[in-house]
Design a protein around this ligand. Structure first.
Ligand SMILES: CC(C)(COP(=O)(O)OP(=O)(O)OC[C@H]1O[C@@H](n2cnc3c(N)ncnc32)[C@H](O)[C@@H]1OP(=O)(O)O)[C@@H](O)C(=O)NCCC(=O)NCCS
Length: 202
């Protein structure tokens, strides 16, 4: 089942990054990376064509309080986001009944790609969700065309779980892979449903 999650003012620090809730003053930084074509498109949403669009999404981020702003420690600039989303198909994925989980999604400004920044952010959030929030599992996915995101997930230790068609926010469906990470502090053995899409059989 989906766990309750709110950032609630938490700040996570890594060597190069601070992760914290979004604030209204982040609008310029947010629009700067979200308006670049080819960033959101890799994650299933269209790049922002106006500051108004970024403002609407920023207000949503702030009210929902589940999306971390990824900030560079050296200058405080917001260069990306990492959402602790609800995973989908909750009723169909009966293996997760009685276990608490969420899905991770992320985007990084194009100028910062290729420096290992997202794996650093994702690992910090995984550590927080497992060790402090006591979640049992996390999912995260990527579309087949997104080999960079696949690499991020490999580096973070998640395992291929299901081959699925996944919806985009553009109203289309794309084939992709959903990955799974189980909290290794716990003794969990899932009884998997829907073998027709299953990859993971640990
Ligand atoms: C996917 C994404 C988060 C990767 O973040 P990152 O911090 O660049 O991750 P890494 O530095 O670990 O690089 C991952 C892979 O990208 C590729 N890469 C490296 N440098 C790159 C560059 N300058 N430009 C593009 N891709 C590059 C490499 O294949 C790298 O894997 P490697 O380290 O094994 O060589 C980032 O590309 C992004 O935000 N993309 C658009 C949104 C998106 O895809 N979100 C995920 C949706 S599932």
């Amino acid at each position: 089942m989906n766990a309750e999650f709110r950032i609630n003012g938490v700040r996570l620090e890594t060597d190069r990054l601070v992760l914290r809730a979004f604030e209204m003053s982040d609008l310029d930084d947010f629009y700067e990376y979200a308006s670049v074509e080819g960033v959101g498109e890799m994650a299933g949403w269209r790049h922002h064509e106006s500051r108004q669009k970024s403002l609407e999404i920023l207000e949503l981020f702030i009210s929902e309080d589940k999306t971390f702003a990824i900030c560079l420690k050296e200058n405080g600039k917001v260069i990306g986001s990492l959402g602790v989303e609800r995973y989908g198909m909750e009723e169909a994925l009966t293996e997760f009944d009685g276990y608490k989980g969420r899905e991770i999604g992320y985007v990084l400004g194009k100028d910062y790609w290729g420096r290992g920044i997202m794996p650093e952010a994702v690992k910090a959030v995984i550590g927080y969700l497992f060790e402090v929030c006591d979640l049992d599992f996390l999912t995260c996915g990527y579309y087949d065309f997104n080999s960079r995101s696949k690499r991020v997930q490999e580096k973070c230790g998640v395992k291929p779980y299901r081959r699925l068609k996944m919806e985009t926010r553009l109203g289309t469906e794309e084939p992709g892979v959903l990955n799974l990470l189980t909290n290794s502090n716990k003794d969990i053995t899932f009884e998997f449903s829907h073998p027709e899409t299953l990859i993971f059989r640990d």
